[in-house]
Each structure stands twice: as structure tokens, then as C-alpha cells.
Design a protein around this ligand. Structure first.
Ligand code: SD4
Length: 344
């Protein structure tokens, strides 16, 4: 934690302090712009987001969409069409986006479309609805100019699927079971595939605060690998995998989606921040709520939340060790930070 503390103090020193706003009844200085994202693969994602955030009028909404698109476009990575398929061999994608005015959009069980995050935004901005799924979501995407991509697994996903088929056992991999922090040791730009074709995650969630002081968030995923066909996790569910309240903060999650859904996780973290908790503490309280349901079971799955409040303060907490997140406050200064966890 020393590393994290020293990073925090260094980061805070180097951050531009642009304004102070009254929040929760007190005046506090706001550090902006800033973007935080799940996992170490968030570093290039944050850079893509900063292409927007570096401009005075760059909107957090555009920044998080660009960040999510960046990783969705990496066909050899873990999110988007390059991700692991369901147990029938099909990649199905989920995504959600939320802006500073409580507008939100989501898609789930979407096939063959490269950028589900942009389809989610289209749902948000051009329909009276929040959430489209499956065939309907796909038809909506095609009608709005998104192209159907070939139904092919990436080489890595094919390898992982073939390996999975040997036992055909649905057992989500908890990141702790992989060599802990292997991705970190490989450096922040390390590929998120391990040698046997497996990933250390399948989801990218990011939340940003722009120079105008507005928050937005995005979450995109291929879901848990080898899931039942039709399964949807937390990532596209507003309040579970993502929640933004521009008066308070923005939160997203990664890990075993079923566990996040049960506690309406991201919304819960925002509500703890509304009560005045710092981001890390708010994440910890939500994780404790989740672990309390079944502490023995919780040893075997991973969930991590990342939170950013209205002041540009951030924090994270996970169930088990091995979760990391990426923080960027100016182009090129992204840092990967280890998340503290309930079980040590
Ligand atoms: C899900 N939360 O579909 C996602 C999976 C994930 O890293 O985060 N993987 O449940």
C-alpha cells in the first residue's frame, strides 16, 4: 500500500487544481480532468479518453465512449469481439453508458457488432428506452449504420474455448488463481492474455471527470467466458456494473457479475459516497455487504469496484487480491494501482 500512497501523494501534487465547488455543503477543491478504469489494460484506454479530456470543452461522455471503443477495437484483447465465447461458441457482448444528466443506455446479448458501447450510446440518445437486448439490439445497430462483423473467434479465444471444451466445466476463473499480479509484473501495457490463452479479465469499466466538472461512465464486456447462452452480467445493468450521479460520483465494477447485481453494486457505492464516504471506503462498504451474503463462497470469486467522486478523488476495493485499476490525470501519466481487498 506504500506504493499506492506514494503514488497518490505524487499524483495529487502534480494535478492541476482548477476550481473549487460547494459539495455536500462544504467547499472543496476539484482535481480534473481525470479518468480511472478497471485493470491494467486501462492505461491505453485512459490515453484514448484523454484525447477528449485534454480539451477544455471535451466531454466526459465522449471520453469514456472513446476509451471503451479503444479496447473493443483490440481484437486480440479480452473485451469486445476478441473475447471468450459462451459455451456454445458465440461471443455475446454487453455494454452500458451513463452521462452527467442521468441519461443512460445499454445493450446486452449483442452479437457480431464491434462497438457495443456506441450502440448503447445510440440507444441513450435516439430512443425513448434505456436497454435493448439480443436480436432487437442487433437490428437496431444495423439500422443505425453499425456493420455486422464475421462470426469468427479470435485466435486466442478459439484456443481458450478448445481448452475449455475438454472439460466443459463452468467455473469462472478468479484472478487470484492466476499468478497474482502477473499482468502488473509484465508492465502496464502487457497483453491481458496468459500463455494458455486465458485472460485475467473480460471487462473494461471507466469513469471520467472532465474540465467542466462533469462525470460520465462506460462499461463494456464479452461477459464471463463460457457462460450459458443468453447470460447477461452486471456490466450493462445501470446501477449494477455502472452508475453515475453528477452531484456525487461515478462507479463501475469488474468481476463476477451475478454478485454485483445482487447488491446493485455501483449504485450502492455511489450512495455511500453521497453519505460522505471517501471513494475507497464506499467501495469497501459495498464489498463487505457482498461478502456478508456468503463469506465462504466469496473466497472463490472476484469483484472489484472503482469509484471517482465529484472532487476528482478516487478509490477501489475488491473481494480478493489481484484486482488493479488505472488512473490518468494528464496524457502519458497513467499509473496502475493495486486495489486493497477484503481477503488478504
Ligand atoms: C460479467 N462483470 O459479465 C463481467 C465480467 C468481468 O472481468 O468483469 N470480467 O459478469
Amino acid at each position: 500500500m506504500n506504493n499506492r500512497r506514494s503514488f497518490l501523494s505524487k499524483a495529487l501534487l502534480s494535478l492541476p487544481v482548477l476550481s473549487s465547488v460547494p459539495l455536500f455543503g462544504q467547499k472543496k477543491q476539484v482535481r480534473k480532468p481525470i479518468v480511472i478504469s478497471t485493470w491494467d489494460s486501462g492505461i491505453p484506454v485512459n490515453e484514448a479518453a484523454f484525447e477528449v479530456l485534454k480539451h477544455k470543452d471535451g466531454r466526459a461522455l465522449d471520453a469514456v465512449e472513446q476509451g471503451a471503443r479503444h479496447i473493443e477495437n483490440q481484437i486480440n484483447c479480452c473485451v469486445g469481439l476478441g473475447g471468450n465465447p459462451d459455451r456454445d461458441g458465440y461471443v455475446t457482448l454487453d455494454a452500458s453508458i451513463m452521462d452527467d444528466k442521468m441519461n443512460c443506455g445499454a445493450v446486452a446479448f449483442l452479437e457480431d457488432i464491434k462497438n457495443p458501447i456506441s450502440v448503447a450510446r445510440k440507444v441513450m440518445e435516439t430512443t425513448p428506452h434505456v436497454f435493448l437486448v439480443g436480436e432487437g439490439a442487433r437490428a437496431f445497430a444495423l439500422k443505425n449504420g453499425f456493420k455486422a462483423e464475421p462470426k469468427e473467434l479470435s485466435k486466442e479465444a478459439e484456443k481458450a474455448y478448445k481448452k475449455w471444451l475438454k472439460k466443459s466445466e463452468y467455473k469462472p476463473v478468479k484472478n487470484i488463481e492466476l499468478e497474482q499480479n502477473k499482468a502488473l509484473k509484465n508492465g502496464p501495457f502487457a497483453p491481458n492474455r496468459f500463455e494458455d490463452g486465458s485472460f485475467n479479465h473480460d471487462t473494461m469499466g471507466l469513469v471520467a471527470l472532465d474540465q467542466a466538472g462533469n462525470l460520465s461512465g462506460a462499461c463494456t464486456t464479452s461477459g464471463m467466458g463460457f457462460k450459458l447462452r443468453g447470460r447477461v452480467g452486471d456490466s450493462p445493468i445501470i446501477g449494477a456494473g455502472l452508475y453515475v450521479d453528477n452531484e456525487v460520483g461515478a462507479v463501475t465494477s469488474s468481476g463476477q457479475g451475478e454478485e454485483v447485481i445482487r447488491i446493485a453494486g455501483s449504485h450502492l457505492v455511489v450512495e455511500f459516497m453521497r453519505q460522505g464516504k471517501a471513494p475507497e471506503e464506499a467501495c469497501r462498504l459495498a464489498i463487505e455487504r457482498l461478502v456478508k451474503i456468503n463469506p465462504e463462497k466469496a473466497r472463490d470469486f472476484q469483484v472489484g469496484f472503482i469509484a471517482l467522486n465529484k472532487y476528482g478523488e478516487y478509490g477501489s476495493y475488491a473481494v480478493n487480491p489481484g484486482f488493479v485499476f488505472s488512473v490518468t490525470t494528464e496524457p502519458g501519466n497513467g499509473k496502475v494501482i493495486e486495489t486493497p481487498s477484503y481477503f488478504k
